[in-house]
Design a protein around this ligand. Sequence first.
Ligand code: MBD
Ligand code: FE
Length: 304
Amino acid sequence: MSEVKVTELGYIGLSVSNAAAWKEYAAEVVGMQVVDEGEKDRFYLRMDLWHHRIVAHVGTTDDLEYIGWRVGGPDDLDAMAQKLEQAGYAYKRGTEAEAKERHVLGLIKLMDPGGIPTEIFWGPRVDAGKPFHPGRPLYGRFVTLDEGIGHCILRQADDDAAYKFYRTLGLKGSIEYHLPLPNGMTAKPTFMHCNARQHSVAFGLGPMPKRINHLMIEYTDLDDLGIAHDLVRKRNIDVAIQLGKHSNDKALTFYHANPSGWLWELGWGAAKAPAQQEYYHGDIFGHGNEAAGYGMDIKLDGAS
Ligand code: MBD
Ligand code: FE
């Protein structure tokens, strides 16, 4: 079996029903750069020198549309395609038009076991001559580069099948928490990494109405997280999980509702991916539950 691995969570596509609300939120609350190229059906969110990290497709589902995992180059994409085929996963080669649409040099498309439209690509367009211009003043930047956008919690019906699929893509990890659920059961979420970011994907938090529960975005500077938190509070945006520090990635984070009604977790100070796995019964401090109904009614604050 080939040793090819994905290198980062490179891009995601979202369906957004309220483009104006999204543009305002992404720029003014989070600090992303909104890029509108005059296409009626989409706009882009920029977090670094890449052409974009997020495509917002104006639509109706207000959910994740697709997720893009990067490989190093064309040979790696061929090797990954071969590895997927050997493991019994069906995929389609992206056409030249599809690559152009994603602003990449090549890609394949497939479904993960949970039904998440998944793309594996190489060669993203990087606008090296266009400095990143945040949508609101930032002291620092977003943590991206070879750690990718952040992390996603995805809907999976079968955690073992999901683990096997993401292992095939080259990610590693395991169950990292045992957490009490409101129904008396225990959630045993799995967290997986493919680079220095502690996790790029996780699943196993119970049934979810959407393909995605949350996207985590990390600031390099604590003050940018604090200001984001002030802005969320000032705008009376629902906070599902209050400020607190995770036991696994050690990040200070909070979870709030984006204009599509699912969560963005904003954070700072995450530790790097571990060489050895361990698990926890709760977080270090904080992370109390607040607004209910966002699929994060798990008790993370069990430890203290
Ligand atoms: C995370 O980022 C997370 O979302 C949960 C639920 C637990 C640990 C780290
Ligand atoms: Fe998270």
